[in-house]
Design a protein around this ligand. Structure first.
Ligand SMILES: *Cc1c(COP(=O)(O)O)cnc(C)c1O
Length: 402
């Protein structure tokens, strides 16, 4: 493998995000292929025994086993690191593998974590169920309230964990303020940036320490594979994360890494167009539903913060209808174009009812406390013509009695 321009940081550091999304991390084999090669191999062979011993001893460069390294996966890791402005990145099998690894690799019995209340259902399961089971205490706060983060800090607090915008309530966390509180107390901030991607929001620029992804969402963006990533300093990745992931094995398959590499090539185009489409759809919905939450609209309670830390509103919004689950389900069932689907970040417009899908695993009290009410629907706006999406929503709203 020739580590051509795509991996030489002295060259890539001058490239802008859209260029990095297309070329960052590219390494070419002796064939000089233009598109990234797909290395479907579990292992590697060596010229002699001394060479493999040197690699295992960490004294020689080179790969040893695809649970640990793979050329295609490494291209993806380098590309995401460059786009994020991070020193290093490791790809994971899924977004949840990334979140689990990012937390468990640095926490131990007796530690304390503070988490934002509005979060993806499985992220809340990690903070509410998994971590306490291993003697790691957790406190859940209203992530929009900066003082709540300060008040939750204890002498043994090691990690702040939150997503912004949050799934599905679209609440934002003030990255600069909350990461600053973490820094002052020697706490590591871990940000789940799945909704925004590095093209709309770069948490490291606001003082975050670790940025974790579900690459299943916008990064693949075409509903094909599951993938995840963890970005941070070289020190964090090499010394804290790697021993955990190498020995527990949440490794991304090379094929899935290759699909995400292809996805990243069009990420800038997709996320900007989908954000534009989402804004048009949000403007329409605002006039038709009792509550519409979209960070790109001035009616969002944290619009000023969105303007500060996000480049655009993103592809996702939430709406609340008065008729609870029955009316929300009726609206879904009346859709003709928008798919009923619990995925997001896809190039297709998709809608789901979080209380009975993505957040069904949480108790009704937990859902209530995080604002996932029975009448809430989450909409991902894709690359479909926004007028077709609006027409479909219009007829479905009417049929659902709105
Ligand atoms: C989907 C999602 C995850 C989990 O990612 P998977 O790839 O499905 O494992 C984590 N956080 C957020 C905010 C998500 O939307």
């Amino acid at each position: 493998m020739k580590r051509k321009a795509g991996q030489d940081r002295s060259i890539t550091q001058h490239w802008r995000p859209a260029t990095l999304a297309v070329r960052g991390g590219t390494a070419r084999s002796e064939w000089g292929e233009t598109s990234e090669a797909l290395f479907i191999t579990s292992g590697y062979s060596y010229d002699n025994a001394a060479e493999v011993a040197a690699r295992f001893a960490g004294e020689a460069e080179g790969m040893t086993y695809s649970r640990l390294q793979n050329p295609t996966v490494q291209m993806l890791e380098e590309r995401i690191a460059l786009m994020e402005g991070a020193e290093a990145c490791r790809a994971m099998a899924t977004g949840m593998a990334a979140m689990t690894a990012a937390l468990l690799c640095q926490l131990q019995q007796g530690d304390h974590l503070v988490g934002g209340r509005a979060a993806f259902g499985s992220c809340r399961w990690l903070t509410d169920t998994l971590l306490p089971k291993f003697g790691i205490e957790t406190t859940i706060v209203d992530g929009t309230d900066n003082q709540a983060w300060v008040d939750a800090v204890r002498p043994n607090t090691k990690v702040f964990f939150f997503e912004t915008p949050a799934n599905p309530t679209m609440e934002l966390v003030d990255l600069e303020a909350v990461c600053d509180i973490a820094r002052k107390h020697g706490i590591t901030s871990v940000v789940d940036n799945a909704f925004a991607t590095p093209l709309l929001q770069r948490p490291l620029e606001y003082g975050a320490d670790v940025v974790a992804y579900s690459a299943t969402k916008m990064m693949d963006g075409q509903g094909r594979v599951l993938a995840g990533a963890v970005c941070g300093t070289e020190q964090f990745i090499e010394n804290t994360l790697l021993s955990f992931t190498r020995n527990t094995g949440p490794t991304l398959a090379p094929f899935n890494a290759w699909v995400v590499l292809k996805g990243l090539e069009t990420l800038e185009l997709r996320i900007m167009r989908q954000s534009e489409n989402a804004l048009a759809v949000a403007r329409f919905l605002e006039s038709r539903v009792p509550t519409l939450l979209y960070p790109g609209l001035p009616s969002h309670p944290q619009f000023a913060l969105a303007q500060k830390q996000m480049k655009a509103g993103g592809t996702i919004m939430a709406m609340i209808v008065d008729g609870g689950r029955a009316q929300a389900h009726a609206l879904l069932d009346a859709l003709e174009l928008v798919d009923i689907s619990n995925n997001i970040g896809d190039s297709r417009s998709l809608m789901t009812h979080p209380a009975s899908t993505t957040h069904a695993g949480l108790s009704p009290e937990t859902r209530e406390s995080m604002g996932v009410v029975e009448g809430m629907l989450r909409l991902n706006v894709g690359l479909d013509d926004p007028q077709d999406v609006i027409d479909d929503l219009d007829q479905a709203l009417t049929r659902a009695g709105l």
